[in-house]
Design a protein around this ligand. Structure first.
Ligand code: ADP
Ligand code: ADP
Length: 229
């Protein structure tokens, strides 16, 4: 388990267009954090900075006190796993997609990762089935299922820190409630950051950060935050 800190982080993609401004966050060991805010607030950018798709322009990010610039990218990305909003799946079976880049994974490790991601039954049902990409005729995988395959893939690496980017954005409220419950139960105990624009996910969190216009405008335990969308 690791603790992450963002300290006074600023970032922009384009000159004179700040995207994150003086953002400080602490992700405590083993806790579930939610980063919530409107579309365009800069939430996904926080995830991108954690795994150094981009480097901060000011401030720093540390893992257990060590600047993430001091790790190799491969070490950093095995410590911190980001599950993308629209994960890329290969033309291969569900099982192969989970085990991608982990040829050494045993069947029981794959099943354990699938169980934690809430797709164990699904893996049993379709382990060797070739599934087509979304939108193609005959695809039986929903966006939510694809995200959970990507989650199982991330869990197989047993990362210290897990970042889930909009894990329920493609789901209706009912499916969202089930997934939220399942994920927060199964994923408890790992340092986790859930990125979402949905206020409904906030209640599952140990600690919430509200990002708006590139700044943290509120933070606290969910019950301590003012109500409202
Ligand atoms: P410390 O372990 O640094 O002494 P405490 O447990 O005393 O921290 O908590 C200090 C404050 O930080 C409390 O108000 C607590 O609600 C708040 N807090 C809890 N979780 C987090 C978090 N993930 N990031 C930042 N502050 C948090
Ligand atoms: P959120 O996840 O909260 O919706 P993002 O972090 O995706 O927000 O985006 C924050 C801002 O940065 C938006 O204004 C977005 O248009 C801009 N942005 C995101 N990615 C890029 C990029 N690669 N190049 C330029 N601007 C970007």
């Amino acid at each position: 388990q690791s603790e992450i800190r963002l300290e006074n982080v600023s970032f922009r993609y384009l000159p004179n267009v700040p995207v994150l401004e003086d953002v400080s966050m602490r992700l405590r060991k083993g806790r579930l954090h939610v980063l919530v805010g409107p579309s365009g607030a800069g939430k996904s950018t926080v995830g991108d900075l954690l795994v150094r798709f981009f480097d901060v322009h000011a401030g720093k990010i540390t893992v257990d006190g060590e600047n993430i610039r001091d790790f190799s990218l491969s070490d950093l990305r095995s410590m911190i796993a980001v599950v993308e909003q629209t994960p890329y799946l290969f033309h291969a079976s569900v099982r192969e997609n989970i085990a991608y880049a982990h040829p050494e994974a045993t069947i029981s490790q794959i099943h354990e990762a699938a169980r934690q991601a809430g797709i164990h039954e699904f893996l049993q049902r379709l382990p060797e089935r070739y599934e087509t990409m979304i939108g193609e005729r005959g695809s039986t995988l929903s966006v939510g299922e694809r995200q959970r395959i990507a989650l199982a893939r991330a869990l197989l690496r047993d990362p210290q820190v897990l970042v889930l980017d909009e894990p329920t954005s493609a789901l209706d409220p009912e499916a969202e409630a089930i997934v939220t419950d399942e994920l927060t139960n199964n994923l408890r105990g790992r340092t986790t950051l859930v990125i979402t624009h949905r206020a409904s996910l906030v209640h599952a969190a140990d600690y919430v950060f509200v990002l708006s216009g590139g700044r943290i405008i509120q933070e606290g335990a969910p019950h301590a935050l003012p109500q409202g969308d």
